[in-house]
Ligand binder design. Structure first.
Ligand SMILES: NC(=O)c1ccc[n+]([C@@H]2O[C@H](COP(=O)([O-])OP(=O)(O)OC[C@H]3O[C@@H](n4cnc5c(N)ncnc54)[C@H](O)[C@@H]3O)[C@@H](O)[C@H]2O)c1
Length: 279
């Protein structure tokens, strides 16, 4: 018997990284899983490759290998119609949606004084409007069934200023405002809405060569080890980053019965970094 036997979860950004880890964690606990990813038109300002169709199919296959049903949905969280279709397909193929993890996002870097419109817009469109599109698409069904758990992925960058990540920090602070507001709006329907705020996580978002080069411009051909050294100092527990599975544990808790009265919360998974900069 798993905690999530008979439950259905929709995960955006599920092709790889944290989204894939969440898919496997929820499947291991008994849930059937819809994974959504692979925007047909990646944002122009994002320099690293996003999740691929092959990776999305691999996530679905890995869920099935755990004995659960999986649906792989190619869609873009920036497009509200694609989100509505994705929810309809999930309900059609797997059943009513119990949980939604709004996890998809992109990263780029730049000083606000020099940032072009496209770079700003791409991050806000995916990381904030994409979360809004996702939450709005799942709410009608959850309100009707008087039950649901929504968890959005924010970031440690939603708890302080972050030079070179002003657009990303603004979007993630926005996610928290959105989550807290929706939590109040839907509490009466038995729906909880929370955010998880990870420190750096070992995924392609921060370890792809293109991002490493932009983060460490003074290092020629920076490696993961160079990045590990650079990141290490910000966490209190001396690790450069946490693993995707560490964030999946927080996601699973917030969707479990143990968290039935936890809503409008920010659960940080920051290896202690949060202790330096937040009440
Ligand atoms: N990796 C980190 O250090 C870190 C730290 C804090 C928070 N986060 C957040 O964690 C979440 C997961 O990121 P990750 O670390 O797994 O990175 P990742 O790049 O490995 O995964 C993100 C996934 O989202 C997908 N995606 C991007 N834009 C999309 C769109 N428009 N429509 C559909 N899918 C789209 C990508 O294709 C990719 O598969 C994100 O919200 C990210 O901002 C990451």
């Amino acid at each position: 018997m798993g905690r999530f036997d008979g439950k259905v979860v929709l995960i955006t950004g599920g092709a790889r990284g944290q989204g894939r880890s969440h898919a496997l964690r929820f499947a291991a606990e008994g849930a059937d899983v819809a994974v959504l990813d692979v925007p047909a038109r990646p944002p122009a300002s994002v320099v690293y490759p996003l999740g691929s169709a092959e990776e999305l199919a691999e996530t679905a296959k890995a869920v099935e290998e755990l004995g659960r049903r999986a649906v792989a949905i190619t869609a873009d969280v920036r497009d509200p119609a694609q989100l509505t279709d994705a929810v309809a397909r999930t309900v059609d193929e797997l059943g009513p949606l119990d949980f939604c993890l709004a996890n998809a996002a992109v990263l780029s870097r730049g000083l606000i004084a020099e940032m072009d419109d496209q770079t700003w817009r791409d991050v806000i469109d995916v990381n904030l409007t994409g979360v809004f599109n996702t939450i709005r698409a799942v709410l009608p069904g959850m309100i009707e069934q008087r039950h649901g758990r929504i968890v959005a992925t924010a970031s440690l960058a939603a708890r302080s200023g972050f030079p070179y990540l002003g657009h990303y920090a603004a979007a993630k602070w926005g996610v928290i405002g959105l989550v807290k507001t929706v939590a109040l709006e839907v509490a009466q329907y038995g729906i909880t809405v929370n955010a998880v705020l990870p420190t750096s996580v070992d995924t392609p978002m921060i370890t792809s060569p293109e991002i490493l080069r932009s983060m460490l411009p003074d290092v020629e051909n920076p490696t993961r080890e160079d990045a590990a050294r650079a990141f290490g100092s910000s966490n209190a527990i001396p690790v450069p980053w946490v693993e995707p599975a560490d964030v999946s544990g927080a996601m699973a808790y917030l969707c479990s019965d143990d968290a039935r009265y936890v809503t409008g919360e920010c659960l940080t998974v920051t290896a202690g970094a949060i202790a330096r900069n937040s009440a």
